[in-house]
Ligand binder design. Structure first.
Ligand SMILES: [Zn+2]
Length: 383
């Protein structure tokens, strides 16, 4: 061990993913965490970053559904530079790692998006991989996706999705719109498959889960609703301890009472933003498929009123989870970091502030939601 390489971040409250430590410090060596120790036990001479009183350190937020940020929409600009601009915009709100999310579009653009993410996979630790939301979706639940670009998977798609890659791959699809065995093939290649924009029945959802589907994208939105004789995907999701579901806690996408109901199920919640370009940006409008999307009173909507993603950031999602859903802060932190890390198979490296984990940390004032600083792989960036 190289002691000279070590530094520490000290705060009044350190939540390590499991428990809260008062007056503690996260000791970092290179990109990894060595331990969390009482502040009083910090060795003399160690470089210590001290934070103001009442600040919390928590595992950096991991957002698995980010369409845009900093006035950039990934679908409009599927380049490495665009991804970095989006990540920088979200980092101000505590997001230390994310999956740029590419929604239903042409196969050429999808390939470009995929290649851009791959080019960053080994040099940008905050870019964990890609989330492809579409194009294998149900036009009956299109939401803001362009139904004319939805399609059945081709053999070229299968090659792209199951081929060699460096980062994580999450695919949101409608199980009833893909051939039997398709989900199993993706799952066999380490792809995380999530149900979304789907009219799948309860039985169809269970069959997809048997093939390896393990996620539910923005639960409740753009899927068959819960109904007495056809429980659909929502009931199937909430009955399974081996499933994860994303929720957009902005007060607009889902009534908080429905979200509180979902939290009583067996599956594991994940806070996502489904963020659009205005997050961390300056403009209150942007173009999607050539149509104008406006932000009015915090909602991103198309002229016909259809919700088009959100203007939410992760710090606000955590706050809303506490205030609207009555979830304890530590649990909300887990929904924002440990659960998403585990869902995409990175639970051994991310989502906790424990020895051997990557030093991805957020320092925030939980009262004002102000993010003071973040660390990605041990490197600080002031907010
Ligand atoms: Zn969606």
């Amino acid at each position: 061990m190289n002691e000279a390489n070590r530094h520490a971040i000290a705060a009044d409250h350190v939540f390590d993913g499991w428990a809260r430590h008062k007056d503690a410090a996260v000791v970092v060596e290179g990109s990894l965490i060595v331990g969390v120790i009482p502040r009083s036990e910090l060795p003399l001479g160690l470089q210590v970053r001290k934070l103001p009183s009442e600040i919390w350190l928590a595992p950096g937020f991991i957002d698995l559904q980010v369409n845009g940020g900093g006035d950039v929409l990934f679908n409009n600009l599927p380049t490495p530079e665009a991804i970095l601009a989006i990540a920088a915009a979200h980092r101000k709100f505590g997001t230390t790692a994310l999956l740029p999310t590419f929604i239903t579009d042409t196969s050429e653009k999808m390939k470009a998006a995929f290649a851009s993410v791959e080019s960053l996979a080994e040099r940008e630790p905050g870019i964990l991989g890609i989330h492809l939301e579409g194009p294998f979706l149900s036009s009956e639940k299109a939401g803001v996706h362009d139904p004319s670009l939805m399609r059945q998977p081709s053999s070229a798609d299968l090659e792209l999705l199951c081929g060699p890659r460096k980062g994580a791959l999450l695919v949101t699809l409608a199980p009833e719109r893909v051939p039997r065995g398709f989900i199993a093939q993706l799952a066999k290649h380490g792809v995380r498959v999530s149900l979304g924009h789907s009219m799948a029945t309860y039985a169809e959802t269970l069959a997809a889960m048997a093939e390896g589907l393990s996620g539910f994208t923005h639960l409740f939105n753009a899927m068959r609703p819960l109904a007495s004789r056809e429980p659909g995907p929502i009931a199937a999701a909430l009955e399974s301890p081996n499933a994860w579901f994303g929720i957009i806690v902005d007060g607009f996408h889902v009534n908080p009472a429905m979200l509180r109901l979902a939290l009583r199920g067996l599956s594991r919640p994940i806070l996502v933003t489904d963020a659009m370009p205005p997050v961390g940006g300056r403009q209150s409008r942007f173009a999607l498929y050539g149509a104008e999307i406006q932000i009015v009173e915090g909602r991103c909507t198309r002229s016909d009123g259809t919700l088009a993603g959100s203007a939410l950031h992760m710090a606000a999602a955590v706050r809303n989870c506490v205030q609207m859903l009555g979830v304890p802060l530590e649990v909300a932190f887990r929904f924002a970091s440990r659960n998403p890390a585990e869902f995409i198979g990175l639970g051994h490296l991310l989502g906790n502030l424990r020895p051997g984990y990557r030093a991805d940390v957020v320092a925030l004032d939980v009262g004002t939601l102000e993010v003071l600083a973040t660390w990605v792989a041990g490197k600080e960036s002031a907010a």
